[in-house]
Design a protein around this ligand. Sequence first.
Ligand code: IP8
Length: 263
Amino acid sequence: MAHILMKFGGGLITTKSQMKTVDRDAITKLSQIVSELSRLDHKVTIVHGAGSFGHLKAKQWNIANGAQEDIIEQQKEAVISIREDMLELNTEVCKSFSNHNIECQSFPPSDWASEVGADFVGDLSPIENSSEDVVPITFGDVVDCSPPKLFGILSGDDLMVRIGKEIPGITHCIFLLGDTEGLLSAPPSNPNASLIPMWSKEQEVSGEHDTSQDVTGGIFLKLESASIISKVVPNVWFIDGRKPERVLELLTTGTTRGTQIVQ
Ligand code: IP8
């Protein structure tokens, strides 16, 4: 039995540029795969990103940089509103899981985590100790921070690092991406970009970070996170989330189309 830690990218389950737009078809396909993995007796743990349910308002009110005196009132409202939006997105994912007979349990980080980055403060044991047949699910969120910051953005990628490192027995850590087959030799918009099948941190990357829509680290944070996880988890992959059947192929054959992250 494998234990698969999977991140649904925010750009995969939402349309990133359009405020609060869920991609229901993408979520349905992902639920089918999770259901199949559970049927094959694998344990699955899910983290999801924010996409247009988090990044747009967070960008508008500069939430990632913490409290700013001149706009603090609007920021406080934005923090409440983003948390609600994230719960709404999470409910969409959970509803789809439940339609596919997957029992899941949500762990909203604003309830149990504080501070940002992979060293955030928070007890992972409830996620670790969730019962065998339940899929624990958590997500990128706005969390409380100590003053003067007061709040900040905890990315799902940071949650992946901590869960991957601290919950024993995870065999696969998979980042499902929304707009690419894996790590490319150039940004996805470049027609000459080709898929890099295996990557270690010594290899240079030419990525791009769309700061107009993304308040966390984009592909660079993902690579750094994946590289840290690959020290402890044997199979770390970037896979095209629009083709989630590749996860099943990876589980059954040991390989698939995507980028394997190695030490
Ligand atoms: O999409 C960001 O999480 P990510 C969370 O996993 C918010 O980086 C609220 C923008």
